[in-house]
Design a protein around this ligand. Structure first.
Ligand code: AMP
Length: 284
């Protein structure tokens, strides 16, 4: 495995090697990231090149968010990538990616303004901008993202589609701890007590999914029940929302492909999760 910090060195190393599968990350890697590496390797085979980027992207953090304290664990990340069979880690400095201030940005459509976008203004603009930069630098055939960040997957799908990027997107399933908590670099912020409580986020989503599968379509009541359940246990809830999976529009009782998304804070740690659910078409 090679670690490369400069764009020119990466381009030189990649040369004409193809196909390339790319996994962008902000580091502090866990088994969820490593599963994306597995998906990337499967997509390009043993003769392909798997590139992982590690870069904490300032553009996607709000002024009051955790950019400064975000965990940076490069040595451990490199060891995990090596063990997972990654060919190249691209770990640029900020100056390498932003030699001048990033004044040009990618403006995703309306989807950037709902749910997490409403809570984190500018977040998805920052994500789309860095992802387009990284895709232009690495020029992969395949790029892998995790459905843990469901809204991000839709923003990136839109980016690839509307800007005609010659890239096959693969969206990987969420990897969870045994108690259901989605793995996240931010889980490390949780105290022992908060970590025990954290699995409730996934449990309340499962309750909503089971209610939908049981035939309930009173979405607002379902969301309110889930949010109340979290609040009762000390969470500060940003949202629990039942949406149409393909575009996050408000769910309709006749929709078959739905997703239940949640974001909530335990102490100072903000966690997100989601579950997709496919419902039987209503009988005529
Ligand atoms: P991050 O380092 O948080 O920017 O995440 C990098 C990539 O890993 C994104 O595509 C995430 O959606 C994905 N990812 C993060 N957590 C998980 C998880 N628990 N399971 C699967 N993919 C994940």
């Amino acid at each position: 495995m090679q670690t490369v910090t400069e764009i020119s060195a990466l381009r030189e190393r990649l040369g004409d090697s193809r196909p390339i599968a790319f996994v962008p990350t902000m580091g502090n890697l866990h088994a969820g990231h490593i599963d994306l590496v597995r998906v990337a390797r499967e997509a390009v085979g043993k003769n392909g090149i798997v590139v992982v980027s590690i870069f904490v992207n300032r553009l996607q953090f709000g002024p009051a968010e955790d950019f400064a304290s975000y965990p940076r664990t490069l040595d451990a990340d490199l060891a995990q990538c090596d063990a997972a069979g990654v060919d190249i880690v691209f770990a640029p400095s900020e100056v390498e990616l932003f030699p001048t201030p990033q004044t040009l940005s990618v403006e995703p459509s309306q989807i950037q303004h709902v749910l997490d976008g409403a809570m984190r203004p500018g977040h998805f603009r920052g994500v789309a901008t860095i992802v387009l930069k990284l895709l232009n630098i690495v020029q992969p055939a395949v790029a892998v993202f995790g459905k843990k960040d469901f809204q991000q997957c839709l923003v990136i799908s839109e980016l690839v589609e509307q800007l005609n990027l010659p890239i096959r997107l693969l969206l990987a399933e969420t990897i969870r701890d045994a108690d259901g908590l989605a793995l996240s670099s931010r889980n490390g912020y949780l105290s022992a007590d908060e970590r025990r409580e954290a699995s409730r986020l996934n449990r309340v989503l499962r309750v909503v999914v089971e209610a939908l599968q049981g035939g309930r379509r009173d979405f607002i009541a379902l969301e309110d029940e889930a949010m109340a359940q979290l609040s009762r246990h000390g969470w500060q809830v940003d949202y629990v929302s039942v949406r149409r999976g393909k575009d996050l529009a408000a769910a309709n009782p006749t929709d078959a492909g739905l997703v239940v998304l949640a974001a909530a804070r335990l102490g100072k740690t903000r966690l997100i999760d989601n579950l997709e659910v496919t419902l039987d078409a209503p009988s005529a």
